[in-house]
Design a protein around this ligand. Structure first.
Ligand code: MOS
Length: 754
């Protein structure tokens, strides 16, 4: 094996430069001391409190709603239902055509007597206190005309239809060559069907909004991943110009996709605040989150792999049937990664949707790869066993020279290096290929691995950066920090670019008055906002240099700026140098300001010319109790090739978080939809199981040194969600290796391995 350069992601000696160093989160002290203000904590004079009442049926209409008693209850200010809610457009039109309409369309609430999903808002009570609002909501009497609904994906698979596009704008189907013939002729094949359940994301901070009007101007403090989406969605729903809506979201208690768009808390707070001419606060309760903040849809996935006896894939088919809502389509791009991962001449991927009477699915951490790789990378493991090949060797034999469906080169692709480095570090040679053979007392031990791939998205972003006469730098953009470390990496980018200490840099985020970015989502945040800031800093340096050359007062007057550098709080031009603050004081006491931008990746030549993804390899060791079936994680390792790492500590945290999601998907997470009533039965964190500390083993994360100069000016690529991709499959494959039981219905609970 060739020697691979890696960057250990434990805190280490700083290398040259500030970017990449594992510095602590800039916002950490504010958060742990309670000084970071979250949406619901904002205090405005006269704030009233809202409480949403949800529908008790999943489909039908409100025949009668009696609010009299609630209206008479103490401290109640307003009871809003479809009868008195301000008119709102029904899903449209979007006011911001530059982003997909799904992000910006009107999202009306309480605008109709119809009920489309269980717990859909049917009333809002606003009172002087939260308790009064909640108590009054319990006094509302609703009679429904209930209609029979459809809640069963497998039972209605025959009703499936092909959507026009999947999420993120991918083609619904891809066909290369003739898969069916290749599969029929293949000497070795796998035809396996996997099921993945409904899953729900639950950021620690639920969706929450404080809305306040000042004349025509609406200010919304909320928990948002992408401010521009919220602004456009609110403007579309309230039919006001987006310029009159200000979204403020400087601190966010987690966001896994559901905070990409505004939900009922935001819309209803804005409407009620307008109605009452008072600020109104609304938070979704934890239980309301399950019905009203999206979910990952239940899916059936059929993976067919044909191979020759040497383990070279001749055909790949990945077919997905996914639940969707009957009123608004969401098609997760579950099979899209399979278009780029392995070589094979004949291939097909297809997405089909089955409409159910539930709320719409939404983006949930690694949409697409999370469920898709859970199935596909298990199928690869099944194929390896049938071939008598090591799973890593199988993947190496099918490493494509270029993107197998697009026919373009990869920008950087270090999947094989990730697998080899991981195998070495994990002690993969100790894996017993025959399942069920490694035993320690009552425990069966197994090793599993899986590949990881995640597309590199870049969203349109602009940043503004200013430097004052004391050399203090302020960067402003409407980017968000959902806990991922955005404040920190942006500080590092500005500090390194301008050659100033990080203590001289202040990054201000989370206000729609700042230049617009794509926010945090789809793992595009760091590279998009970071590249915009990088470009803004370059523009700022250019401005400073031009003035330094031409200004009478400049010690660098007439210097040749093509050799200029900014480092150690100095500007150096050839042999000459000047202190940065001193220079600015002399030439521009008011300081300098500049903006920089990046264009959406999909519009760039580089995207057309190169297949751009982040890659990785996951390894897992499990122990399964042979009497009880209890599955315990013992170790996990991820080796990642994700471009330039901007902060080794926050990057590692992202991957560890993703690996933990992998454990959840493999072993625990599942929301059960009641087939009779159409509600999610286990709609709280007592019964929706996620891995807790005791479930999570020692995790190691290693980054290969990489710089993707095709991806963006920083050379960084998305990695937030990469940690999820394939992590669950590595766990599932380890369970198979331990027990010889292949469970194709997730999550793998202990009853299924016995
Ligand atoms: Mo992403 S689905 O916004 O974590």
């Amino acid at each position: 094996m060739t020697e691979t350069k890696t960057s250990e992601n434990r805190p280490s000696e700083p290398r040259n430069g500030v970017i990449g160093r594992p510095i602590d989160r800039i916002d950490g002290p504010l958060k742990v001391t309670g000084d970071a203000t979250y949406a619901y904590e904002n205090a405005l004079d006269g704030t009233a409190y809202g409480y949403i009442l949800g529908a008790a049926v999943a489909k039908g209409r409100i025949a009668e709603i009696d609010t009299a008693e609630a209206e008479r209850a103490p401290a109640v200010l307003l009871v809003m239902t479809h009868r008195n809610a301000p008119a709102q457009p029904d899903f449209g039109p979007a006011v911001t055509p530059t982003v997909p309409e799904v992000f910006t369309r009107a999202r009306p609430a309480l605008n109709s007597e119809r009920v489309r999903y269980y717990d859909e808002p049917v009333a809002l009570v606003v009172a002087e206190t939260f308790e009064a609002a909640r108590a009054a909501a319990g006094l509302i009497k609703v009679r429904y005309d209930e209609a029979p609904g459809v809640y069963d994906l497998p039972g209605h698979k025959a009703d499936a239809y092909a959507p026009k596009r999947t999420n993120a704008g991918f083609e619904t189907d891809s066909v290369v060559g003739d898969f069916e013939s290749a599969f029929a002729a293949a000497p070795v094949k796998i035809d396996a069907t996997y099921r993945t359940p409904f899953e729900h994301h639950n950021p620690m901070e639920p969706h929450a909004t404080l809305a306040a009007w000042s004349g025509n101007e609406l200010t919304i403090h909320t928990s948002a991943q992408t401010l521009a989406n919220f602004r456009a969605g609110v403007a579309s729903t309230l039919r006001i110009p987006p310029e009159r809506v200000r979204i403020v979201s400087p601190f966010i208690g987690g966001g896994f996709g559901s905070k990409l768009i505004a939900h009922a808390d935001t819309i209803l707070a804005a409407l009620a605040a307008q109605f009452l001419q008072r600020p109104v606060k609304i938070a979704l309760t934890r239980q309301q989150m399950f019905a009203n903040a999206g979910h990952r849809a239940e899916m059936i996935q059929q993976v067919r792999l044909g191979a020759d006896t040497d383990g070279r894939l001749t055909g790949i088919a990945h077919d997905v049937w996914s639940a969707t809502s009957s009123f608004e389509e969401y098609c997760e791009q579950t099979a899209v990664f399979a278009r780029s991962l392995y070589a094979a001449p004949d291939r097909v991927t297809r997405h089909r949707l089955v409409p159910l009477d539930i709320n719409r699915g939404e983006w949930m951490r690694s949409p697409g790869e999370a469920p898709g790789m859970l199935a596909f990378e298990c199928a690869m493991d099944e194929l390896a066993e049938r071939l008598g090949l090591d799973p890593i060797e199988l993947r190496i034999r099918n490493e494509p020279a270029q993107d197998p469906e697009r026919g373009v080169p990869f920008s950087t692709r270090n999947l094989v290096a990730c697998m080899e480095e991981g195998a070495r570090r994990f002690g993969w040679v100790r894996r017993e290929p025959t399942p069920g053979r490694t035993r320690e007392g009552r425990k069966l031990i197994g090793y599993g691995m899986a590949a990881a791939i995640r597309p590199n998205y870049i969203g349109a972003a602009t940043a503004r950066v200013a430097i004052d006469r004391d050399g203090r730098v302020t960067a402003r953009l409407d980017m968000t920090d959902i806990g991922t470390g955005t404040y920190t990496i942006l500080t590092q980018i500005a500090a390194e670019s301008l050659g100033v200490p990080i203590s001289s840099v202040k990054v201000e985020l989370g206000d729609s008055r700042f230049p617009r970015t794509a926010g945090s989502g789809g793992s595009w945040g760091a590279a998009s906002a970071g590249s915009a800031l990088h470009n803004a800093c370059n523009a700022l340096k250019q401005r400073i240099l031009e003035a330094a050359q031409s200004s009478e007062a400049s010690p660098l007057r007439g210097a040749n700026a093509t050799e200029a550098s900014f480092a150690d709080s100095e500007v150096r031009v050839g042999q000459q140098s000047a202190g940065l603050a001193d220079l600015i004081r002399r030439i521009a006491p008011a300081g300098f300001e500049a903006e920089g931008s990046v264009a959406p990746g999909a519009t760039t030549e580089s995207y057309k010319a190169y297949s751009q993804h982040s890659y990785g390899a996951h390894f897992a060791e499990v122990a399964v109790d042979c009497d009880t079936g209890e599955i315990r994680m013992r170790r996990m390792l991820a080796v990642m090739g994700a471009g330039r790492i901007l902060n080794a500590k926050t990057a590692r945290s992202q991957i560890i978080g993703g690996m933990t999601w992998g454990i959840g998907a493999a072993l625990m997470e599942q929301t059960v939809l009641d087939p009779r009533y159409g509600h999610f039965v286990n709609h709280d964190l007592a019964e929706y199981h996620v891995p807790i500390n005791g479930d999570v083993p020692e995790m190691e994360v290693v980054f290969l040194e990489e710089h993707d100069d095709k991806a963006n000016p920083l050379g960084a690529k998305g990695l937030g969600e990469l940690g999820v991709c394939g992590a669950g499959a590595a766990v599932a494959n380890a369970i198979y290796n331990a027990t010889g039981v292949r469970v194709r219905e997730f999550p793998i609970t202990l009853d299924k391995v016995l």
